[in-house]
Design a protein around this ligand. Sequence first.
Ligand SMILES: Nc1ncnc2c1ncn2[C@@H]1O[C@H](COP(=O)(O)OP(=O)(O)OP(=O)(O)O)[C@@H](O)[C@H]1O
Ligand SMILES: C[C@@](O)(CCOP(=O)(O)OP(=O)(O)O)CC(=O)O
Length: 402
Amino acid sequence: MSVKMDETFRCVTCTAPVNIAVIKYWGKRNEKLILPTNPSLSVTLGQDELRAKTSVAFSSKYTEDRMWLNGKEESVSSQRIQNVLKEVRRRVRKRGAPGGGNEVDTSRHIHIVSENNFPTAAGLASSAAGYACLVYSLCKLYGVQGEISDIARQGSGSACRSIYGGYVLWKTGDLMDGTDSFAEQVAPESHWPEMRSLICVVSDQKKHVGSTEGMQTTVLTSELMQHRVDGVVSQRTDDMIEAIMARDFPTFAKITMQESNQLHAVCLDTYPPIFYMTDTSRLIVRLVHAINDVLGDIKVAYTFDAGPNACLYLLKEDVPRVMGLLRHFFPPAQRNGEPFVTGLPVDELPVTESDLAGISLPQSEGAIKYVIHTKVGPGPQVVTDPSESLIDADGSPKQKSS
Ligand SMILES: Nc1ncnc2c1ncn2[C@@H]1O[C@H](COP(=O)(O)OP(=O)(O)OP(=O)(O)O)[C@@H](O)[C@H]1O
Ligand SMILES: C[C@@](O)(CCOP(=O)(O)OP(=O)(O)O)CC(=O)O
């Protein structure tokens, strides 16, 4: 976990997962502390397919805090990075850390090197995985114990949910200082082993309105948002927890779709309106409802965040058929030999005449770029193999060998 190169050098490397909400966070009651207007609940996805990896090191030789993201140096002066660094260092000073001595000296500068194994800032929750990974790694580096999801929350709201695996609730909290607004696991990843996710990447370009700015405008201008907060989300959260605990897929799926639809309705009710879903997103919605009609039960759910990409939730037994239908209605364009489906293997079923008779939709070639097949996964992990570290002994990002 830690590599001691000299008496004042220490390095830790960790990975953290993406989470995709089924009860959506959209709106803050406190911008600075990142406190939400309502509870939210998410599913943590598998790290083999989607993860941030971060190495953090301190050394007496470093002359300033520095950070590299995906091979490029970035400023550490951003408010959110500063929030996180300050809060971790404050806790180290307050509580002390095991071992004492050098290990609790927070005056040393740190170097951070991070990379994501999926597109950054493209509506695939890179900020959630990234800030969860940064906070988890820093806390391991300094030996900070106890609840840390509230620190991740101050980097990006949704990041607090990536501190846990499985099914995770982010509590709204009542206190002004935000100390009761943290994440907690509702059920571990092992609770519902059949749960799968197909992430349909429609675009991996940067979105036009960021979540932070988008939700600010919504809170200021949308009446529907008030209705959502006052009269909808709490009940849906309770119902969702009940559905998860009972492994009741149709109820889980229905609430997931209703939540996604309400998030995007609230975005449309924002003034000026915000459009994250595209024609392709809407075709995916229609296809999912058509599949559920043909199968005679709710077998698959869609959810969209602040972008056009769909995250489909479904059970393992339905993946082959749904994947076959996705490929039929969204035939892949040439991808220079790259596969259309990545991640967990799929034994795709060919579409049948009777499936097609029940689904009246156009085919849309190349509209889904690729699909990531993943399952529910654990929270952040410490990487024990020192050769996996992203930081060189001199504090620079390691050069890739190939
Ligand atoms: N591995 C990482 N380490 C630290 N910060 C990261 C990391 N990955 C992403 N970020 C931060 O998150 C920002 C991207 O967040 P943004 O909300 O724009 O996109 P997203 O999280 O991919 O999409 P969404 O929140 O809509 O799902 C990056 O510009 C960077 O500041
Ligand atoms: C649509 C969402 O994905 C919004 C995510 O918002 P962010 O967590 O990215 O916003 P900030 O707290 O301002 O960083 C819904 C969700 O994940 O619950």
